[in-house]
Design a protein around this ligand. Structure first.
Ligand code: GDP
Ligand code: MG
Length: 197
């Protein structure tokens, strides 16, 4: 069914059988400071001037029309801190379990965040082995050309190895951010449609 991919607790499973509603949970992962909240805020349509006091962790829901079809994404902005404190590990473990799709973000200006992205990809694969979950690798801060530490080709090559999609974005310039979320919707649909076929 259309809902088979949406690992949804109470609520949406009861939604009407006309099949109009499609809800998918998208989790943003990545090092502190790479731009996850900035990307989530653009998704949610929050202006930068309002964004300074957002709470660390949040979820945003929006319905996108992609290729003439509506899909609702619930974007979870995770808030793991710089130093992964012990009692925060459960947050990441939880997020690793509940996503219908994942956006793994690194900053092109910080090689260590690129390495963290690989680790996250490996962790995800281990935890969700049997499932074919859509994953998009995102190199953010593409506007900071002079500070670039990770080449576009490296990001692309990494995505090939990890069998996921890749895009470079700039949250500051809003460059490729809508393309990113549309890409997620398309990846989700590809898997849904191949399951139904
Ligand atoms: P998070 O810790 O992953 O949620 O990262 P934030 O969204 O809080 O961003 C961390 C810092 O990087 C903030 O100062 C943002 O303004 C800045 N930032 C985020 N995305 C971009 C981008 O695409 N380009 C530039 N130049 N700065 C960015
Ligand atoms: Mg944040």
């Amino acid at each position: 069914s259309i809902h088979s991919l949406a690992n949804w607790s109470s609520g949406s499973e009861e939604s009407d059988s006309s099949g109009a509603e499609c809800l998918y949970r998208v989790v943003l992962l990545g090092d502190h400071g790479v731009g996850k909240s900035s990307l989530a805020n653009i998704f949610a349509g929050i202006q930068e001037k309002d964004a300074h006091n957002y709470i660390e962790e949040d979820t945003y829901e929006r319905t996108l029309t992609v290729d003439g079809e509506e899909t609702t994404l619930i974007v979870m902005d995770t808030w793991a801190t710089e130093k992964q404190e012990e009692d925060e590990n459960w947050v990441q473990d939880y997020c690793m379990q509940v996503g219908n799709a994942y956006v793994i973000v690194y900053s092109i200006t910080e090689r260590s965040s690129f390495e963290s992205a690989s680790e996250l990809r490996i962790q995800l694969r281990r935890l969700r082995q049997a499932e074919n979950i859509p994953i998009i690798l995102v190199g953010n801060k593409s506007d900071l050309v002079r500070c670039r530490e990770v080449a576009v080709e490296e990001g692309r090559a990494c995505a090939v190895v990890f069998d996921c999609k890749f895009i470079e974005t700039s949250a500051s310039l809003h460059h490729n951010v809508h393309e990113l979320f549309e890409g997620i919707v398309r990846q989700i649909r590809l898997r849904r449609d191949s399951k139904e076929a």
